[in-house]
Design a protein around this ligand. Sequence first.
Ligand code: GLC
Length: 742
Amino acid sequence: MKLKFFIFLIVVLYFSVTNIYSNNNALERKIDSLLSKMTLKEKIGQMNQENFKSLNDELLEKVRKGEVSSFLNITNAEDINKLQMAAKESRLGIPLIIGRDVIHGFKTIFPIPLGQAASFNPQLVEEGAHIAAVEARSVGVNWTFTPMLDISRDARWGRIAESFGEDPYLVAKLGTAMVKGFQGKDMSDNKSIASCVKHFAGYGAAEGGRDYNSTNIPPNLFRNVYLFPFEAAVKAGAATIMTSFNDNDGIPSSANKFLLKNVLRDEWKFDGFVVSDWCSMSEMITHGFAKDRKHVAELSVNAGLDMEMVSGTYSAYLEQLMNEGKVSVQVIDALVRNILRIKFRLGLFENAITDTNSPTVMYADNHLQKAEQAAVESIVMLKNNQNTLPLRQVKKIAIIGPLANAAHDQLGTWVFDGEKSHTITPLKAMQTDYRNIEYVYIPVLTHSRDTNKSNFKKLNSVIKKCDAVIAFVGEESILSGEAHSLSSINLPGVQSELLCELKKAGKPLVVVVMAGRPLTIERDLKNADALLYSFHPGTMGGPALMNVIFGKENPSGKLPVTFVREVGQIPMYYNHNRSGRPALGNEVLLHNIPREAPQHSLGNTSFYLDSGQKPLFPFGYGLSYSKFEYSNLVLSTNQIKMGEKISIRTKVKNNSNVDGTEVVQFYIQDVVGSIVRPVKELKGFQRVFIKANETKEVEFTISTNDLAFWTADMTYKAEPGEFNVWIGGDSDSGLKDSFTVE
Ligand code: GLC
C-alpha cells in the first residue's frame, strides 16, 4: 500500500513540476514569438513609460504606433480603456501596463506602512494590499509602485513614513506579505496587480536623513541589511523593481550594473522588469555621472534597466546608440522580454479592458472593516500611568488639538486617490459611536504648525468641567513623505506648549500622536498620563483610536523603529554593532558632572553626555491593557551542528483580567563573527492572543541557515560559535539563554 502511495506521490510531483516548467516554457515561447515580430522601434517603445496628463488624439496615435509601453497617474477607467483600445489597434496589439502609487490603499486608505509595520501582522498587511489591488484594478490600474522596502534608521528622512522601519527581518516579512497581497496567486485575475519593490537600493541611508542625498553603504552592510528584504521579495515573486535616486559610493542606482545584473539577475534570478524612478535616469547628468541624455540611455540600458519612467532618453537615443554599436540588439531583446513577461503574466493580452458597468468596490464595508482593524493594530501605547486608559466612568471629556478632526492629514503621505470625505476622524467617531458621553471639542490650533496661542487662555475653564482630556497632536501629512526631511523632529508649532497648558488643568491627560515618523516626544511624554502613537492611521483611524481609548479594543502595536530622545542621537537603532567600548549605563551625564572634573572620570564609552546612550523607546516596544509575563525559557538543546535546528520556547502569562494580544519577539546574537555582528537581531515574532489570566506556550524554531550572513570573505554562511537568544516583548528585555553551533 505504502509503495503504491509513494509512486502516486512521485507521479503527481513529476507532473506538477513539469506542468510549471512547461507553463514557463510556453510563456517564453510566446514572448520569443512576439519579440521576433517586433521592429526596433516597437522594442524601444516597450521600454518607455509616460506620465498621463490628458487624453488626446496625439497621445492615442503615439500608443497606436507602439511608442508607449506604460502610463502612470491615470485612474479614469474610461480613459484607460481608450488607451488600451488604441494599444490593441497597434500593429502587434501589445497592451499597456498602467501604474499608480497605491502605497497604503487606493480609495480605502490603510495606515501608512510604518503604522502597518507596528502591527507585526503579515497576514493583515497582505489582506490590506489585496483590498488595494481589488479597488485599483477595478478602474484599470494593474501595477502599483510599492512595497517600499528601504531600511529606515533615520527619522529625519520623510520617507520613513512609507517604510516598514529599521529591521531587515520585519521589513522582509511584511514586504513579501504585501507582494502576495497585491499579486495574489495569479496576477491575471482582475483582483490582482503587479507589485514594484522599491527603491533599489539603499535609499533609506541618505546621508543626514536628507532625501535624494548620497549613501555610503559598504558591501557587508549592503548585503546583510539593505538588500536582505529585496532578496526576500524577489524570491516571493515580486513582478517589478524600481531603482532609487541615490548614488551609493558614487554609483547612481539607475546605472548600477552590479545591482541590476550581478545581484538581481545572476544571483537572485529575477525575471520581472526594472523601472527607473521618476527621472532618476536623466538625473544622472545632475549627479555628474552621465555627460548628456544620450549617455544616460547608454549607461542605463547596458546596466540592465528595462523601463524608463518619464525622462524619455530611451525613446530619443537607443536607435542611434544601436547604430553606433554602443548598444546591442541582444541587450534590447533581453530587456524587452522582461517587460513582455510581466504583461503576459498580468493577462493583459487577454483582458486589458475594464468592465465599467460592474458595481463599485470602493469603500466596501469589508474594506473599511479591514482598514479599521489595521488601524487598531497600528496603535502603539507608549505610556499608561495609573491605568489612565481605558477611560472609564467619564461623563464629559474634552477633545483638543489640531489632529482631532483632520480628515486630510489623518490619511498620511502618498495618498492620491483616497478621499478625505470618507475619513472617520476621532471627533466623528465620538459623535457617532459614543453618544452617551458628553464632550467639548476645541481644536485650539488650526494645524500642526500653527504658532497662535491665543486660544490657550480659555482652555482651563473648559477643562475644569471635564473628567478627562484627549489631545490629538502630531504632524500634518505633508510634513513626511518624499522630499520632506526635517532637521528637528519635535512636535511642530506650539503643540508641546499646548500639552503643558492642558496638564496645568490637573485632569487625566491622554495624548494621541498622529505622525509620519517617530518624533522626539520626551518632553511631551512628561505631560501625558497616557500616550498612544498612531502614526497616520488612515480612513478608519477615528473609530480605531476611540475604541482603544474607551476599551473596546486592547492595543497590541509594537514599535517598528527606535524612538530617540534627541534628534542628535540619530542614527540609533537596536541592531547596532557593540563597538569596543559599549556604554555601561553608569556613565556620568551632563547634570551630574562635577566642576573641573578630571579628563577621564566620566566614562570612556560610547554615549552622549547630555542624552546618554539609550533611546526613549526601543524597537519592538509597546504596552497593552493586559500584563504579559514571560517565564520558563527552554531550549531543545544547547548545542547543534551546522544544518541542524534548535527550538526555543517560553511561557507567556496574561496576568490581567483583560484578554489581549502580545507580539512575542525572538532575537539572537552571534557573539563572535568573522565580522563584527549586531548586538541583537530579530529572527522571529508571533502575535499571540491570550485570554485573561491564561498562559500560552510560544515556540520558535530556527536552523543554522537562519544564522547565515555575508561574512568577511563575502560568502553567505553561518559560522560556528556561541549564540545568545532572547524571547520577550521588545528588543530591550526578555528571557535570555544561549547555545553553541559546532
Ligand atoms: C516618486 C517616488 C517613487 C514613486 C514614483 C512615481 O518620485 O520616488 O517612490 O513611485 O515617483 O510616482
